[in-house]
Ligand binder design. Structure first.
Ligand SMILES: CC(C)(COP(=O)(O)OP(=O)(O)OC[C@H]1O[C@@H](n2cnc3c(N)ncnc32)[C@H](O)[C@@H]1O)[C@@H](O)C(=O)NCCC(=O)NCCS
Ligand SMILES: Nc1ncnc2c1ncn2[C@@H]1O[C@H](COP(=O)(O)OP(=O)(O)OP(=O)(O)O)[C@@H](O)[C@H]1O
Length: 291
């Protein structure tokens, strides 16, 4: 009986992980001033999005993240059946998101990145951020035989046209934008006394500086991508978002991105993934009992 009970999923872990995933999405959306993205100031380059819609969308995804965490706990290992179970949960989550947003894509890329990481955290609650990203990458590399044929997405279109990897390759390679750029920058800026908002903005800029963001490529082509990468690197080398010179460079970057109708949605998703792993790390270290 005891062995049986020990094999059962712990509902409080799945609930806590879904809470953390939704909180990361809301923290990302509310963080301001993000260049050309939805934030507390407005809709950036998006005519069909708003902060309220991002919030509603984030909350609508709680059951999908919980389902992925439960699947991780129940299956117990990163194998084909688990990959297919979370693929279905991700598609259900996306359908629920589309229902509450009346068909607007608010969080497709975020469901993918946070879904994989939530599942990985349920499989290995004691693992550190890099280890979790590795587990998530292993899941992303498994084929999902149940996935229906999709109409060509924007991401697929620009991947073929420009030969870049996009959301799928980022996950399959273990989220280098998060592990090698977002998280280290978040901690470097915090340690330099930047304050939490500026540290998060700097993390977003570090992700943008190195990402082949298919949202930007789709909307603004290689010129838009170069503008995003070079402009965000310029903010960081000017001293980051907490410095006067950095804030001027950030304003100039936003002006340039808006003129190109370019919005770094993929980088925003990966900032949410960075905040998720960062918060998970804090919860684990504090051992406050909910995980
Ligand atoms: C992999 C996904 C994101 C499809 O990506 P694709 O590039 O084909 O489509 P699309 O352009 O619609 O969405 C890409 C989204 O990813 C984000 N993104 C863009 N560039 C990048 C990048 N370089 N890295 C990470 N994310 C990015 C953006 O938010 C963008 O909107 C996803 O929709 C998918 O296939 N889901 C299947 C469901 C599933 O298996 N889920 C598993 C559990 S999570
Ligand atoms: N704060 C944010 N503002 C805007 N986009 C965000 C934000 N956070 C995450 N994103 C991501 O950006 C993507 C939306 O970008 P975009 O609107 O360019 O995508 P699309 O629906 O593929 O294209 P389009 O709207 O140009 O037809 C979402 O998948 C979402 O995950």
């Amino acid at each position: 009986m005891r062995a049986f009970l020990e094999q059962q999923p712990r509902p409080e872990l799945a609930d806590a992980l879904a809470d953390l995933a939704v909180a990361a999405l809301i923290d990302e959306a509310e963080l301001s001033p993000k260049p050309a993205l939805v934030d507390r100031r407005g809709n950036g380059a998006h005519s069909d999005l708003s902060l309220e819609l991002m919030r509603v969308s984030a909350w609508s995804l709680w059951p999908a993240f919980r389902a992925m965490a439960v699947a991780g706990e129940t299956h117990g290992k990163a194998d084909q059946p688990l990959r297919e179970a979370i693929g279905q949960a991700g598609r259900d989550g996306e359908a629920g998101m589309m229902a509450v947003t009346a068909g607007v894509n608010t969080h497709r890329g975020a469901i993918w990145a946070l879904g994989l990481l939530t599942t990985a955290a349920a499989l290995a609650p004691e693992a550190n951020s890099a280890e979790l990203a590795g587990v998530a990458a292993g899941l992303a590399r498994l084929p999902d035989r149940l996935a229906p044929a999709q109409p060509t997405s924007h991401g697929e279109g620009v991947r073929q046209r420009y030969g870049v990897g996009g959301a799928r390759a980022e996950a399959e390679s273990g989220f280098p934008a998060v592990i090698e750029r977002g998280l280290p920058q978040l901690r470097t800026s915090r340690n330099a006394g930047a304050g939490e908002t500026h540290a998060r903005l700097d993390a977003l800029l570090a992700i943008m500086a190195g990402l082949d963001d298919t949202c930007v490529l789709h909307r603004a082509g290689p010129d838009g991508l170069a503008c995003m990468q070079q402009g965000s690197a310029a903010v960081l080398s000017a001293g980051g978002s907490a410095s006067l010179a950095g804030r001027r460079a950030l304003k100039a970057l936003e002006h340039d991105l808006l003129a190109l109708n370019a919005s770094p949605g993929g980088a925003a998703d990966l900032l949410a993934a960075t905040l998720f792993l960062d918060r998970l790390d804090h919860v684990r270290q504090a051992q406050i009992g909910s995980l």
